[in-house]
Write a protein that binds this ligand. Structure first.
Ligand code: HOZ
Length: 430
């Protein structure tokens, strides 16, 4: 596969943009090689600057649930853009999207739109601190909540991919209020809580993490967190930037049956445009400015084009719940197809899957937390990634990321993906 134009673009980009990319995982650092520069995409296919076609398993890290350039969204965006790209004043589309979410998600009575998942998690923790009048919060090793200072401690996603799970630039003062616990380990949470009695404002968690690969909560874990928060007067924050409106319309809350006090959303609610949001019970959310004392603002928050795109996509998903069954079946077919190929290869491996999220770790260990996620053999992942890429299958360029499926994937795409996996594994074990 010829990727000369991508190579040239990467050299050019590196002259002006740190590392040549605007988000580190895209630089292919953990898998090696040069990033592929995209030109356009349609349905399930990405087309790069050299004209190569790839079956997409990233879906822009979640939001392209219906596939790329989904016509109803594109049409609505065109129409919205013709009326202006930003007002810095309220519009009715903000109400429509907020109402759609509030009506659908039982424990969200108010929702505030922001511009990214990072803003959403930062704002939710600030709100939890203001509301509870406490400073500390608990996060889980390997969970990634965007790049707000207080989250950049033992983070997943690009941080662990690049081997810097905690970032320089975060002051000791900030870091001391971030308490760490282990995912799927309630005892580790209880210990932290016991050592910080009446000081914890919130527990923030990716209920179904997608930033150390895809990991599933073990029975009782999320329920236990809910109970601890109830007992301690701390707020439970579910970071559903990846899982919201993807695992089902009600996201991880619907799938697990556990409800949070605050929920954060990201790119999905903007159909891939820069949007985030945080929402929850009215009494907590009314603590946000202008009604309450916790400040948070933004000119582009509730941007009319982003709201229109998000409303169009979410309305479609709400009215067509069968999409979620289709996605889950496609994902299951991929897992079922991969097992015999991986078994035959003789390589140690683990597959975790839920709904339309799936990940593959080359490890003999069950992947259930940050430590086990790190047990994966990166040399194998790297070879697998590049073998798939050159055969036209675009996977996340890191084992610490979940794959995200889109509803445009058809049987032929699955067949091609499995054929690519077969050839790649044969090459890896030859
Ligand atoms: N941190 C993102 C996935 N967990 C990757 C973002 C990107 O490179 O677009």
């Amino acid at each position: 596969m010829e990727t000369q134009k991508s190579k040239e673009l990467f050299i050019e980009a590196s002259k002006y943009i740190p590392g040549g990319v605007n988000s580190p995982v895209r630089a292919f650092k953990s898998v090696g090689g040069d990033p592929i520069f995209m030109d356009h995409a349609h349905g399930t296919y990405l087309f790069d600057a050299d004209g190569n076609r790839y079956i997409d398993y990233i879906a822009s890290w979640g939001p392209m649930i219906m596939g790329h350039a989904y016509e109803p969204v594109i049409e609505a965006v065109r129409e919205a853009a013709s009326r202006s790209t930003s007002f810095g004043a309220p519009t009715d589309m903000e109400i429509k999207l907020a109402k759609l979410i509030v009506d659908a998600i039982p424990n969200i009575e108010r929702i505030r739109m922001v511009n990214s998942g990072t803003e959403a998690t930062m704002s939710a923790v600030r709100l939890a601190r203001g509301y509870t009048k406490r400073d500390k919060f608990i996060k889980f090793a390997g969970n990634y909540h965007g790049h707000g200072d207080s989250f950049l401690i033992k983070g997943g996603s690009g941080m662990v991919t690049l081997g810097h799970p905690s970032s320089p630039g975060v002051t000791k003062g900030t870091a001391k209020d971030t308490l760490l616990a282990e995912y799927n380990d309630l005892e580790s949470v209880k210990e932290v809580v016991a050592a910080n009695k009446n000081e914890i404002a919130a527990i923030i968690i990716e209920p179904i993490p997608g930033n150390m690969g895809c990991i599933l909560p073990e029975p009782g874990f999320l329920e236990g967190l809910r109970q601890i928060c109830n007992e301690e007067g701390a707020l439970l924050i579910f970071d559903e930037v990846m899982t919201g409106f993807r695992l089902g319309f009600g996201g991880a809350q619907e799938v697990t049956g556990v409800q949070a006090d605050l929920v954060t959303y990201g790119k999905v609610i903007g159909a891939g445009l820069p949007v985030g949001a945080y929402g929850g019970r009215a009494d907590i959310m009314e603590y946000v400015a202008p009604n309450g004392p916790v400040y948070q603002a933004g000119t582009l928050s509730g941007n009319p084009i982003a709201m229109t795109a998000g409303y169009t996509l979410l309305k479609h998903l709400r009215d067509h719940p069968a999409v979620y069954d289709k996605l889950a079946k496609t994902c299951e077919a991929i897992e079922n197809g991969l097992h015999p190929l991986l078994k035959e290869s003789g390589l140690d491996y683990q597959i975790n899957r839920i709904g339309s999220m799936i990940s593959l770790h080359f490890s003999a260990e069950k992947i259930r937390d940050f430590e086990s996620a790190k047990s994966g053999d990166n040399a194998h992942f790297k070879a697998f990634f590049h073998g798939m890429l050159k055969r036209g299958v675009y996977l996340p360029p890191s084992a610490y990321e979940s794959w995200f499926l889109n509803a445009a994937l058809n049987d032929n795409d699955i067949k091609q993906t499995l054929q690519a996996a077969k050839e790649t594994l044969a090459e890896m074990t030859a």
